[in-house]
Design a protein around this ligand. Sequence first.
Ligand code: AMP
Length: 449
Amino acid sequence: MKGNNAEEKNKEENETKKKPIITKAKGMKDILSEEYILKDTFIKKARVIAKFYGFKPIQTPHIEKEELFTAALGEATDIVEKQMYHLKVRGKDKLVLRPEGTAPIVRSYVENGMHTQPQPVMLSYNGSFFRHEKPQKGRRREFQQLGFEILGTNDTINDALIIKTMSTILEEAAGLKTSIYLNSMGCEECRSKYKKELISYYTQNKKTKDLCKDCERRRKINPLRLLDCKEEKCIQTRQEAPQIINFLCDGCTKNFKELLEILDASDISYYLDHFLVRGLDYYSQTVFEFFVEEKNKEDEKEKTESPKKVLALGGGGRYNPLAEILTGRDIPAIGGALGVDRIISLMTKRKKSTSTPKVFFIQLGSEAKRKSLQTLELLRKSKIPTRHSLTKNSLKSQLKIASKLKVPYALIFGQKEALEDNIIARNMETESQEIIPTSKLIDYLKKKL
Ligand code: AMP
């Protein structure tokens, strides 16, 4: 008794000594083994695809000079205004954690003399970026991007090549179905005419009173930002705004048409989104974004309507003015980046849903047992996640396992069914049963699951 009391006292003392653990900073995430392995495999597969198309890997530092981004992205951007991580360091340099990948690539391309090599130069990178945003679903303060840039060419085939590379990676390395949204932001000349029209739309129609605070302020600095706002009232206000497509000069119209023709010829489908502008100053002409496709049976039937934009998995565009802004050199270029964290979290969800069993196969009697491997093969070939317990012989014990596994359907294959080539499908929730001919089983399950 005495010993027990001492032990308990010790335990209590230990409890009181415990300090609250130091947790990770807001918006950050530990990537644990399972997710890390999935990410690693995805990146490796993506690299093979990127290499095939001609991209060479590059790595730039996580820390850059602040002026690189203020010059490149524009003062009136969310990133520069409120999202950059400024470092407190010794010395005079104003340093930040990189919030995006394109400006550092252009810096590195010129700083390392890549503009003197045969053009174009095709680069791909992968790593962490940092933005002090409101953490929410799909948004972190440290996030990973897999980016692609083609520098030193104005040929539209490269716009298509970037889109093709990113869509192949999403489809083959991540197994995700996505929709591509496209627009042309024109050149400086088209944009200056368009901006005037946009300002007049907002002022003449007294739309400004319906704008959020940020938009109201930005309307005066860069009206294009009004098209990029995610606030519901700003989305409503822009519904009838003029569209940039009607202000494109002959050259920009020709480029955009050419891109659409290449995509059509390559069987890459896309939706046009005339308000897509991507909130940074350096974009010109082609801009695009990838969205995960919402699995909606109605959408499948009516493919003409664009699916609801759920979560952006990547985006990019042509940034011909950027090298001029940063280095005074005329270097046309195009690029794009994929959001690795969002891709991995969708892959994890998908992996879970494909590995949880949907069906439990029950066999009863010697005839059914003899034919059970044949029926299981049907399910395996149709990729229907199935569990079974072939060594068990009673209905009760097999049903018990099925209900423990919480499968939506149990398939009961008894003596009678084995002789008549049928199978009983039991809805585990309602306990209703239907006799299905074995030849129609897969169609039946595909409809029900
Ligand atoms: P952006 O160039 O800013 O459009 O970023 C390209 C892609 O990176 C987006 O489509 C997202 O998938 C991903 N991304 C951007 N910001 C974040 C963030 N804060 N957290 C997670 N993923 C992000």
